[in-house]
Design a protein around this ligand. Structure first.
Ligand code: ADP
Ligand code: MG
Length: 699
């Protein structure tokens, strides 16, 4: 009998249904209060929950438990402990206490801390995030947790994410109260992350040291057929891919992840998976799990799932669209235009808060998506540029212009926009092509932040987004709470925000070269092309002030994060450079030299038969290949020197600048003659599968 989605959905999750069925009414009510309102959990309740959780997990075949957390490496970490405990009679019992549920103490010394955790206090602790359900992976009960040092510093991505959600909640509630809403208890941000990825066969992957060591190809000539025909997007899904997707969905559903849509993307071998949105911290946990499960399911199918953001040069990279909105616990989406004049004024104020936030903190948003991998993608084929702007669509833009200039709004119905009096027209979601090219687009009732790279944890972007919007709302609430005439203060605030931040609104084509010029030269928007350019600005005074005053980060945490991100950037690029050098010396150069020598041998063999044969084809090829091998030799030497020059540089900012200014350019230069040589070398001599082989490998 075929099982249906509703049979399997959430079977491996200790969710509300399971809690209700397995906890006493009192314990359940108390846990629910913790989940819904952030109330502290007492140890008696924790013990009861732990017992029920263990019994449930054991009945599903689990033998171990782990505090599952997200250190600054960007992936997830887990340390498994058995439930097993010896009994006096020589047998064993399965045990799991409330204390073990709430708090864990993994050895933190091997996770990056950027100097936050002196070695004498190598231990950090993990604390249960009860708003994200526990789940079973393999034979292990996984408890989603936050990870801190004993000094209380966050060593992970989840702690500041939860703090940013709290900051947003606090400030948004102040605004709602001003609008007369006295019933909403919480405001939460929600995210639906659309995840792009490439699927290739394991065979191709294994044959490419660059993919194995760095997740992206460092060499590779353009294939005769790439994405020119746009025939892959929404095209028929190949059987091998369909089988993978089916299996993936099944696994995700069991974990309660609402995987919903799947389709091919623009590039060959590229696909996308979108879940239904959920609360930001849950969406973050789920996205981390999704990335992990994608890779394990791919392995079962003899495939490899590439999550690196630019695995192939000249072919679209992979991003992650972060669909973000804020809503009350009563279900009101604060980014949705409402039905009454009052609701509309409130909508416009929240909309303005986002516009202001994006303009004031362009740098933080750019920083939140900065990695060596994503630097290659931003501004390349069909990816947003490194400049941030907000797309509103023509209709909403016209409304804002009318308010800004106190003139009638001439939309579908001609009305003079007076806030708090008129009903806004219903906006149709703007689905023009220009929308697709925006890094930050309003899509009807949410914003879509499109600069995230496919391997980014979505925590970082949402920490910055939540915080920056909380800061706008804080400023608004401070002023409005003091205002003698609320309506006119509100009107001025909206009008001034539009005026002051108009430069960030751009409804044109974001992929257009002329836009970058206008954005940077006329509008003065930031264009940080690389991680080395943007990351130091994490510590700019305005950023530190905002993030610390909202309680999202301490100064020490910010400093450590900047260092860790820059170290990560430097290490990633160094591994790539060393891989290139290695591939050239061991495989590429020998192949080119051997092929050239064999050509020369063939010429002399032919001439031994007929002495005056011109052999033009071979001779020309020999000349071109010799020139290319010389160039490969020189460029490899230069790259080696650039890498050696990094040794002994102990300032991380200086090192990242050297990476940007010398190592990366030398890598690009070395790649050119290698890719040209690939095109001229006989297939049987070339040591690696080509782009054509790899991109069309899955049947
Ligand atoms: P597309 O962008 O491909 O046209 P949709 O707009 O339907 O697709 O949805 C994209 C993603 O946005 C999905 O993950 C969806 O769940 C999510 N989403 C929809 N509404 C909201 C919302 N209010 N807040 C956050 N995410 C949302
Ligand atoms: Mg989308």
């Amino acid at each position: 009998m075929k099982t249906t989605v509703s049979d399997t959905f959430g079977t491996l999750v200790f969710d509300d249904r399971v809690m209700r069925a397995n906890l006493s009414a009192k314990v359940y009510a108390s846990l629910r209060k913790t989940i819904d309102e952030g109330k502290e959990l007492d140890i008696g309740v924790a013990n009861a929950v732990a017992e029920a959780m263990k019994n449930w997990a054991v009945s599903k075949g689990a033998t171990h438990f782990t505090h599952w957390f997200q250190p600054l490496t960007g992936i997830t970490a887990e340390k498994h402990d058995g439930f097993i405990s010896p009994a006096p009679d020589g047998s064993v019992i399965m045990e799991f206490s409330g204390k073990e549920l709430i708090k864990g103490e993994p050895d933190a010394s091997s996770f990056p801390s950027g100097g936050l955790r002196a070695t004498f206090e190598a231990r950090g602790y993990t604390a249960w995030d009860p708003t994200s359900y526990a789940f079973i992976k393999g034979k292990t009960l996984c408890i989603p947790t936050a990870f801190c040092s004993y000094g209380g510093h966050a060593l992970d991505k989840k702690t500041p994410l939860l703090r940013s959600m709290e900051a947003l909640n606090r400030q948004a509630l102040r605004i709602l109260r001003l609008f007369g809403n006295n019933t909403a208890k919480r405001v939460v941000s929600s995210v639906g992350p659309e995840q792009e990825y490439f699927l290739i066969t394991k065979e191709m992957y294994d044959a490419r040291p660059d993919l194995r060591f760095t997740g992206r190809t460092l060499f590779g000539a353009k294939p005769p057929k790439g994405q020119e025909l746009d025939d892959h997007y929404f095209g028929a899904i190949k059987p091998g891919v369909a089988a993978f997707m089916e299996d993936l969905n099944e696994e995700l559903w069991k974990l309660g992840i609402l995987a919903k849509t799947e389709h091919n993307e623009v590039a060959p071998a590229q696909h996308e998976l979108a879940p239904i949105y959920s609360t930001t911290n849950v969406a973050t946990d789920h996205n981390q799990l999704t990335m992990e499960i994608m890779q394990s399911v791919a392995a079962k199918h003899g495939l490899v799932c590439l999550l690196q953001e630019k695995p192939f040069a000249g072919v679209n990279g992979s991003g992650k669209h972060n669909n973000w909105s804020i809503a009350t616990d009563e279900g009101q989406n604060l980014l949705s235009p409402g039905d009454t004049p009052y609701e509309n004024a409130q909508f416009l104020l929240f909309l303005c808060a986002v516009i202001k936030a994006v303009d004031d903190y362009q740098d933080l948003l750019r920083i939140s998506v900065a990695t060596a991998g994503n630097d290659h993608r931003l501004g390349a084929n069909e990816a947003p540029p490194a400049v941030i702007s907000v797309f509103l669509g023509d209709e909403l833009d016209a409304v804002l212009r009318a308010i800004e200039n106190d003139v009638p709004y001439t939309g579908t119905e001609k009305t003079v926009m007076k806030l708090g009096v008129d009903v806004l027209p219903k906006f149709n979601r703007d689905t023009t092509d220009r929308n697709r090219t925006s890094p930050f687009a309003f899509t009807g009732n949410k914003f879509e932040f499109r600069m995230l790279g496919s391997s980014n944890s979505i925590a970082c972007a949402n920490i910055m987004l939540n915080s920056a919007v909380a800061e706008s709302l804080r400023i608004y609430a401070d002023r409005l709470e003091e205002a003698s005439d609320f309506e006119s203060a509100l009107h001025d605030m909206i009008k001034n925000t539009i005026k002051d931040h108009r430069r960030i609104i751009f409804n044109g084509n974001g992929y257009d070269e002329s836009w970058i010029k206008e954005a940077t030269e006329v509008r003065g928007l930031l264009n940080y092309r690389t991680t080395a350019d943007c990351m130091p600005h994490l510590l700019d005074e305005k950023n530190v002030r905002m993030l610390t005053s909202l309680g999202v980060f301490t100064v020490d945490e910010l400093r450590s994060r900047r260092d860790i991100m820059l170290e990560n950037y430097c290490k990633t690029v160094q591994i790539e450079a060393n891989t290139m050098i290695n591939m050239v010396h061991k495989r590429i150069a020998p192949a080119v030299v051997r092929f050239t020598a064999d050509l020369a041998k063939q010429v002399s063999e032919k001439r031994a038969v007929i002495a005056e044969l011109p052999c033009t084809y071979e001779s020309e090829l020999i000349t071109r290949l010799s020139a290319l091998s010389d160039s490969i030799g020189t460029k490899t030497g230069e790259l080696e020197d650039a890498v050696i020059a990094l040794h002994g540089v102990d300032d991380i900012i200086r090192e990242s600048e050297l990476i940007r200014d010398t190592v990366l350019p030398k890598m690009s230069e070395l790649r050119v003659p290698c890719d040209q040589a690939e095109l001229l070398t006989a297939k049987s001599y070339w040591p690696f599968p080509t782009y054509g082989d790899i991109l069309f490998s899955v049947k």
